[in-house]
Design a protein around this ligand. Structure first.
Ligand code: SF4
Length: 243
């Protein structure tokens, strides 16, 4: 996929911040988990800088690997209001960008249950708001998708029993955001135009932002209102030259 020129420029700037980002991540206790991958049931929210690092990972992959990963991300963009799919970076219980996985993935299981709950409540509120917007357009998103929440994980254990307080986790989260904030105007644009969602950004670069939204509406409406599930395949078949 050819990325817009301005994105290529930003990728160079993001690459220069990579070691600082890794230094922040290094302050999060390393964890051992039983790889149930429950936390990988959706693409996590990420900072604008982390989104660019994920794109750098995509670019660094072999053509075959990125040719499978990119359609998975686009598929996620179209299908996530219809069904709970896994994070597109997950493959057979393994993360394909593990060394660069997002802050949210690293902090999962380290928050206290009450803070985790608070964060989950905010995310549910946002999703309910989105559900109301879809309904106003005549499409009822399934409740089990809108209310889906990865459960609090009790299987994550800090290596050497290391722990971290919520206060320190929030502090590190702010540091990631501060590091990202130097990437203007991308830092704000990623949050405002792409809702901090890499799949929205990538679909917008491929189809154009307005067209991506129109196509998504068509796919979701056809699937939910008319049980027509071939619309997405049709769109992707017609767009193979974009990948
Ligand atoms: S980026 Fe990796 S660790 Fe994070 S949710 Fe996706 S698959 Fe899981």
């Amino acid at each position: 996929m050819a990325f817009p020129q301005e994105i290529n420029r930003l990728l160079t700037k993001a690459d220069a911040r990579r070691s600082k980002l890794q230094a922040i991540y290094a302050q999060i206790p390393s964890t051992r988990c039983q790889r149930r991958a429950q936390c990988c049931s959706m693409l996590p929210e990420m900072s604008p800088l982390e989104a660019l690092i994920a794109v750098l990972n995509l670019k660094a992959k072999t053509a075959t690997a990125s040719n499978t990963l990119l359609p998975k991300i686009v598929h996620y963009f179209f299908m996530n209001p219809i069904k709970v799919t896994s994070c597109p970076f997950l493959e057979e219980n393994t993360c394909r960008i593990y060394n660069d996985r997002f802050f949210g993935c690293r902090a999962y299981g380290l928050w206290t249950p009450s803070t985790f709950d608070q964060i989950a409540r905010v995310s549910r509120r946002v999703k309910k708001h989105l559900q109301a917007q879809w309904l106003a357009l005549g499409v009822a998103l399934p409740d089990h998708v809108v209310h889906f929440q990865a459960p609090y994980c009790r299987d994550v254990v800090g290596i050497d029993r290391q722990t971290i307080s919520d206060h320190d986790l929030f502090k590190l989260h702010r540091q990631v955001d501060d590091l990202s904030s130097g990437l203007t105007p991308w830092h704000q644009a990623f949050k405002d135009l792409y809702f901090s969602d890499l799949s929205v950004a990538i679909a917008s670069w491929l189809f154009g932002r307005r067209r991506a939204v129109q196509l998504k509406f068509l796919v979701v409406k056809d699937a939910l209102n008319y049980q027509r599930h071939s619309t997405l395949d049709q769109i992707l078949n017609e767009s193979t030259n974009l990948f």
